[in-house]
Design a protein around this ligand. Structure first.
Ligand code: AQP
Length: 340
């Protein structure tokens, strides 16, 4: 890792097994980005508890997420790899940022509106303030670039607003102001059962997503059942979201362009497209599944790696938190007195 490289940070919530959406939209890009940027990749367990989780499943899924990052090609020697709760500075800075954010701006977050609508009358307060935890994740490391899908762009904008607000009060060098970063091939993979909504790991219908744990047989069954339309011609159009989604999956795996893929299916049926998409997926995911399972057999190796990652992350996070506490006027205690 080089100090000159821009800091890039990204994470996944271990709220279930990861899907091929998480893989093609995030992990596969991270593998490329780790060579160009100073990358921090982590599993956000603190974010995950904004909705109720089963403790045993959460622990397993968190280990599995980290093992999957490595199996997909993240090199712990190149990128800092850790679990969010292992770096307590995330929760500490989040509190400070909560004090500098406004109810009105948090109320405008569409993710909060969407997720709270599903919760009935008992909406966990964490769902409301979680964008300030995300702001903390970002600001702790002087992050310049945050790869995000369109659904998360609003949270990066909020992070910018809070950073600029605090920089205006406490000095322009308090926080690096981050920017949303749209990776070159940022595929957005849609649900196999409802191709107008995003494939999501917490979708209650297991047929809506291909999980990275799925076997070749399961992948084939799910993709064969994927909702398409009553037509027959394979074209890349908004009016055919199911077909478009399968072509997007193929494009993200092979790097081929949509016109190239469409012309290769001239005169063929939806069935061909489904079977070939399933085969490509199975081929791409099998080595990741095998490697993940292998890694999960040796938790002591993962624990050591995570401890090293957390130490590296903490030593960076503490510099930011110490600067913030000093500027706020806190009496130095945990951190030595120094001029920031
Ligand atoms: N369907 C998708 N297509 C492309 N990228 C996706 N990502 C998620 N789903 C797709 C990307 O994966 C990263 C991690 O996402 P997250 O775990 O922080 O939460 P999310 O975006 O809300 O993902 P899920 O799978 O839908 O999670 P749940 O169901 O727990 O809310 C992000 O980079 C995201 O863009």
């Amino acid at each position: 890792m080089s100090a000159q490289k821009a800091v890039l940070l990204s994470a996944v919530q271990p709220s279930n097994r990861l899907t091929v959406g998480n893989y093609l939209g995030a992990l596969k890009n991270w593998v490329r980005l780790q060579n160009e940027y100073d990358c921090l990749f982590f599993a956000v367990d603190l974010h995950t508890i904004t909705l109720r989780q089963d403790p045993k499943a959460l622990r397993e899924q968190t280990y599995r997420a980290i093992a999957t990052y490595i199996a997909a090609g993240i090199d712990p020697a190149k990128a800092t790899l850790f679990i969010q709760s292992h770096v307590p500075e995330h929760a500490e800075l989040a509190w400070v940022l909560t004090c500098f954010s406004y109810m009105g701006e948090l109320n405008r977050m569409t993710q909060y509106k969407d997720k709270s609508a599903k919760e009935g009358s008992n909406i966990p307060a964490g769902l409301f303030i979680y964008p300030t935890l995300m702001a903390s994740d970002i600001l702790l490391y002087g992050t310049k670039l945050v790869p995000v899908g369109s659904d998360q762009k609003q949270h990066v904008e909020l992070t910018r607003d809070i950073a600029i607000r605090m920089n205006n009060i406490y000095g322009g060098d308090l926080f690096v102001v981050p920017e949303p970063f749209i990776p070159p091939s940022g595929a957005r993979i849609m649900s196999l059962q409802d191709p107008t909504s995003k494939m999501s790991k917490s979708d209650p219908d297991p047929n809506s997503a291909v999980y990275l744990t799925d076997t070749e047989d399961q992948i084939l069954k799910k993709v064969k059942r994927a909702v398409t339309d009553s037509g027959t011609e394979i074209t890349y159009e908004d009016t055919k979201p199911g077909v478009k989604n399968l072509l997007d999956i193929q494009a993200a795996i092979t790097g081929k362009s949509h016109p190239e893929l469409v012309s290769s299916y001239a005169g063929k049926m939806y069935g061909h497209l489904k079977v070939e998409t399933a085969q490509l997926l199975a081929q791409e995911l099998a080595p990741i599944r095998t490697k993940t399972d292998e890694l999960l057999k040796d938790l002591s190796y993962l624990d050591k790696l995570l401890q090293d990652g957390a130490e590296a992350a903490r030593s960076r996070a503490q510099v930011t938190l110490a600067r913030v506490y000093d500027r706020l006027g806190f009496v130095p205690g945990r951190y030595p007195r120094r001029s920031f």
